[in-house]
Structure formats: structure tokens, C-alpha cells
Design a binder for this molecule. Structure first.
Ligand code: CA
Ligand code: CA
Length: 174
């Protein structure tokens, strides 16, 4: 029983001398054995481990197996995806987690993107990393009453307060 790896086999019903064997063209599809050609042998069932040779190989990248427009490298009976950008995995289908070691602050949620991330802030924070606290303006206490507009009958008096305690900051209410 044959044990091993068969990568090519052609059988002829004539014998060749050494120089004729050496002169047989390689990787030419129409130059095949007239008893059995590799193309037929490939279809036989047996205890063989058959793999395509350079001569039989196809473009394994033809089906564009790599995702996210990453580069496919054709190999012998295989392909390799070369992930240069934001992805990893055998088919460049796994988005690299850019949230690892992220700089989002104050309990923000990190949103992974392509070669970057964004911070989704809790409501009282803002900034790219949610590092800035939003301060809503607050009322001061009332000032003292002003003078009455008349000396008798009905008049009016004025007192004021401002929205400045604290001053609104970073987009807070005012
Ligand atoms: Ca190939
Ligand atoms: Ca990512």
C-alpha cells in the first residue's frame, strides 16, 4: 500500500529514456500520460493524500475570501489573508478591539470602531474622552428690593437674581 503524498502522476504505455523524461514539459496541461493522466488520477479513490501541485493549482483568491477589502495572497491549494488595517482573523473578519486600554473617563462606555473608538458619555460629562464635567447654571439668591416706583397708591419694586451660581459651563443649562 502506498503511504505518502502524491502530487502528480502520469502513466504512458511507452517507455522513455532519461533524456526524454527530462525533456517532458512540466506544467503543460495537454502533455499528460496516455494511460492515466493526473487529472484522471485525482478522481480515483484510494488511500492517497492528494494535493494540487503548482501545475494544477487554481487562484484560491478568486472568490475574494478575505473580508473588509483586505489583501488575499494566493498559495498552493490555499490562500492567506493579509490584514493590514483594522481587522484580524483568518479572513480578516474580526474587528480589532480598540477599546482595550481606552481613555474614556467618568464611567463612559467605549464604542469600538475601525482603528479607533469613541466614548459615549454619561449625561453630566462631555469631551472626546468624557473628561469634562457639564455644569448647569444655578440661581443666585435674590438681591435687595429696589425703591418703589411711586410714593403712594400702587407702584412696583424690583429685585433681581442671576443664573450664575454656579456659572453654567461646558454646555450646561443657563
Ligand atoms: Ca492557488
Ligand atoms: Ca476596532
Amino acid at each position: 500500500m502506498f503511504v505518502g503524498r502524491v502530487t502528480s502522476l502520469n502513466l504512458w504505455d511507452v517507455s522513455f529514456n532519461d533524456s526524454e523524461i527530462r525533456s517532458l514539459p512540466r506544467c503543460v496541461n495537454d502533455q499528460r500520460g496516455n494511460v492515466i493522466a493526473w487529472r484522471q488520477f485525482q478522481k480515483l479513490e484510494g488511500p492517497f493524500l492528494i494535493s494540487a501541485t503548482k501545475c494544477d493549482d487554481i487562484d484560491n483568491c478568486a472568490s475574494t475570501p478575505c473580508e473588509n477589502e483586505e489583501t488575499c495572497l494566493d498559495g498552493q491549494d490555499m490562500f492567506t489573508c493579509s490584514c493590514m488595517k483594522a481587522y484580524t482573523g483568518d479572513r480578516c473578519d474580526v474587528n480589532i478591539d480598540d477599546c482595550v486600554g481606552n481613555s474614556c473617563q467618568n464611567g463612559a462606555t467605549c464604542i469600538d470602531e475601525e482603528e479607533s473608538y469613541t466614548c459615549e458619555c454619561r449625561f453630566e460629562f462631555t469631551g472626546a474622552f468624557c473628561e469634562t464635567t457639564i455644569v448647569d447654571g444655578g440661581w443666585t439668591t435674590w438681591g435687595i428690593w429696589g425703591p418703589c416706583s411711586v410714593t403712594c397708591d400702587s407702584g412696583h419694586q424690583v429685585r433681581v437674581r442671576d443664573c450664575s451660581d454656579p456659572e453654567p459651563e461646558n454646555g450646561g443649562a443657563n
